[in-house]
Design a protein. Structure first.
Length: 263
């Protein structure tokens, strides 16, 4: 077991069954966790600090809905200069804690022209344009050398998310997330290219964590809050990180309701 998992286990009252990674502007979900145990990343051996806007840097364990959860309030991004090992360490640690299901959330830009700011997209699949986090000697203790990605996003969890959204009375988008390193936003030509490639939303996170989660056998549900439209549609869109965080914050209410209902 990693020193990180050992440290966290010694501070937890319960063994969580779900892990939740909270993206930009979505950290508020952690405020809904009952009887929270808060562990700052800076106290956890091996964990880095989260420097991105809208990311706090705490692990929060407790009760949400009907489940024991552990939430990452803030994630590590590759664009912050962290290695892929640093970015994905928390996922391996979660699996060492005995978590079986991971909910990953993020703020994403619309590639699909039908999407609107504030929409929630269930991730059905991804396209990875970042370095693969499993490059290097395989960690046999976690999983196989060549992990299958046919069902990276659990069909069962997706069906449950669709049912939860419909019970809550809102339309859930469902589409393909394309991951870039960032931190620069896309050029108009890149948005067009991503659309042609079959993507519906674009972001700078999530996929490394999902690949590592699948490597170690976790079931994954991915949710994106659409924070901006693409800049190739002649609608005057100019991407701005602060607007993205504000839009994520506005969209977070529905995402939070959805995750709560799901658990
Ligand atoms: N591109 C990349 N990442 C993002 C975007 C975007 O338009 N919006 C939020 N994260």
């Amino acid at each position: 077991m990693t020193a990180s998992a050992d440290y966290i286990l010694n501070h937890l009252g319960t063994r969580p069954s779900w892990a939740i990674t909270l993206g930009s502007g979505l950290g508020r979900l952690a405020d809904e966790i009952e009887n929270p145990t808060v562990i700052p990343y800076s106290d956890i051996p091996g964990f880095r600090r989260s420097t991105a806007v809208g990311h706090k840097g705490n692990l929060i364990a407790g009760r949400l809905g009907n489940s024991d959860v552990i939430a990452m309030q803030g994630r590590f991004h590759y664009y912050e200069g962290y290695s892929m090992d640093d970015v994905t360490l928390p996922v391996r640690v979660m699996s060492e804690l005995g978590v079986h299901r991971l909910v990953v959330s993020n703020a994403a830009g619309a590639v699909n022209p039908d999407y609107r700011v504030g929409d929630i997209m269930l991730i059905s699949d991804h396209i990875n344009l970042m370095p693969n986090p499993l490059i290097g000697p395989n960690r046999d203790e976690y999983g196989v050398r060549f992990p299958d990605m046919t069902e990276a996003y659990s069909p069962t969890l997706r069906a449950a998310a669709r049912a939860a959204a419909s019970a809550l009375g809102f339309e859930l988008r469902e589409g393909v997330y394309i991951a870039t390193t960032g931190p620069s936003y896309e050029t108009p030509a890149e948005y067009r290219f991503f659309r042609t490639a079959g993507a519906d939303a674009v972001g700078m996170s999530t996929v490394p964590e999902v690949i590592v989660a699948r490597h170690c056998g976790l079931e994954v549900l991915g949710l994106s809050v659409i924070t901006n439209q693409s800049n190739d549609l002649g609608n005057g869109t100019v991407n701005d990180g602060n607007d993205v965080v504000r839009a994520a914050d506005a969209g977070a209410t529905r995402l939070i309701a959805l995750v709560r209902a799901l658990l």
